[in-house]
Design a protein around this ligand. Sequence first.
Ligand SMILES: [Cu+2]
Length: 123
Amino acid sequence: MLEQPVRAHLDPDGHQAVDLVIDRGYHPDAIIARAGLPLRLVFRRDDDDTCSERVVFSSPHIDRRLAATGSTTVELPAQPPGEVRFTCGMGRYRGRIVLVADRAPSILARLRTWASRRSAQPL
Ligand SMILES: [Cu+2]
């Protein structure tokens, strides 16, 4: 089942994170996150299916066992824009992360704009 993509939330410390529940699939199964920033995925298992025992990421290749109770955190290192897929051990549960470039102007670009505005002002 296709779900609405969920956007990762950005913590003040610069981490982005998403909480996922595993119950006959990943919820959410589509995540939008910023490229170039690490992404913290917190998985919680709500079913006993063998499919929820491990999660495998396409690129970078991460293969992680998920705790039967409580939550398991998987840290995805900063990635370039693109798509990262994740599945259960046999590929039945599927999810994807779309990594998008941050379009907000950089601090340097903002400073340049500010400086050019100041110099344009009459004294
Ligand atoms: Cu499976």
